[in-house]
Design a protein around this ligand. Structure first.
Ligand SMILES: [Zn+2]
Ligand SMILES: [Zn+2]
Length: 339
């Protein structure tokens, strides 16, 4: 079978590999679709530092083999397996930081989500981090579960409430998902970007576009919020300039949530006194817990977040190079890989 693997000095490589075999407590899933995530691209470019080099984690597929001892999943079932999960027992798990659990990043799909079939490790299955997809006409849409779950966690951590105004900095694939989620929560959304194509998509999803190429973003955000600034700013890009711009565009007493991963070694050059003087809170949100995975799949299944509006490009495993090109050019919204 074919799979996209990460090779040192080569980057992403489409290779013929043996089919995975499930051990006790494991599953083998046949791919329906797997979203291409910014972190995959960072891993390929060599700038990613926060985990092992496995590509593809936003997957939906059909169970084709069930390992000994797994009695709650059957062959043929369409599932979203979470690529990481927490132990539920350690200090971090018991103190509200499940995504910081030492077990969280230890487990991965094998050989990754961009493969005709992949193995889901025993720990993930035992922890129940595999979700049955029900009620979706097009099960492909369920590949948005994991990225949407990450957005839900960020919105919760930032304390986003109905009626607020949230500025989303960077309306690429993940930013567009934020727009769709937040509009559904009854939030006014300002989508900030430099790319006219992305701004157009953000507008179609119900955001007001703020073109960062024209004038001051901060002035524009203030003009659109009665002079105050956004209640919450979400930085859905790794650009450090966007972080600075987000702080300045957030109202006094508001929250800036860091979501996009800057490359390691990035330094923030911003007058730090502003955070205290204006009581702006700087928080971050990293990955998603099982609670948010359940919420995300529920929103997608009920059509509250519509995958059909977000998935714009599909490429087969063999066309992975073209998928990367489309990603780098900033084409469309969400790019997915199908078998
Ligand atoms: Zn992702
Ligand atoms: Zn734990």
């Amino acid at each position: 079978m074919r799979a996209v693997l990460l090779r040192p000095r080569v980057g992403a490589s489409v290779e013929e590999v043996p089919e995975p075999v499930p051990s006790k407590g494991e599953l083998v899933v046949e791919l329906i679709a797997c979203g291409l995530c910014g972190t995959d691209v960072e891993r390929i470019r060599g700038g990613y530092t926060a985990g092992k080099a496995v590509l593809g984690h936003e997957a939906v597929g059909r169970v084709v083999e069930v390992g000994e001892g797994v009695d709650w999943l059957r062959r043929g079932e369409v599932v979203v397996p979470h690529h990481h999960t927490n132990c539920g027992e350690c200090y971090y798990c018991l103190n509200g930081s499940p995504t910081m659990c030492p077990e969280y990043r230890k487990h991965h799909f094998d050989p990754g989500g961009f493969a005709e079939k992949f193995r889901v490790p025993e720990f993930i299955v035992r922890r129940g981090a595999v979700y049955k997809v029900r009620g979706l006409r097009d099960p492909e849409e369920a590949c948005l579960t994991e990225p949407l779950a990450c957005c839900i966690r960020a919105a919760k951590r930032a304390g986003v409430r109905e009626g607020q105004t949230v500025a989303v900095f960077g309306v690429g694939a993940i930013g567009a998902l934020f727009v769709a989620l937040l509009r559904g929560l009854g939030v006014e959304v300002l989508g900030v970007d430099v790319n006219p194509n992305r701004l157009g998509i953000a507008e179609r999803l119900g955001a007001r576009a703020v073109d960062a190429r024209q004038g001051s973003v901060e002035q524009e955000v203030r003009a659109l919020t009665g002079g105050r600034g956004a209640d919450v700013s979400i930085v859905a890009t790794g650009s450090v300039r966007a972080v600075s711009s987000a702080i300045s565009s957030t109202r006094s007493g508001g929250v800036v949530c860091l979501f996009g991963l800057p490359s390691s070694g990035t330094k923030l050059d911003h007058d730090f006194s502003e955070l205290l003087v204006r009581e702006v809170s700087l928080i971050s949100s990293n990955a998603a817990s099982e609670e948010e995975m359940v919420e995300a799949l529920d929103l997608i299944s009920r059509g509250k977040v519509r995958g059909s509006e977000l998935i714009t490009h599909r490429f087969s495993i063999g066309e992975f190079g073209r998928a990367l090109e489309a990603f780098e050019k900033g084409e469309g919204v969400k790019i997915v890989i199908t078998p």
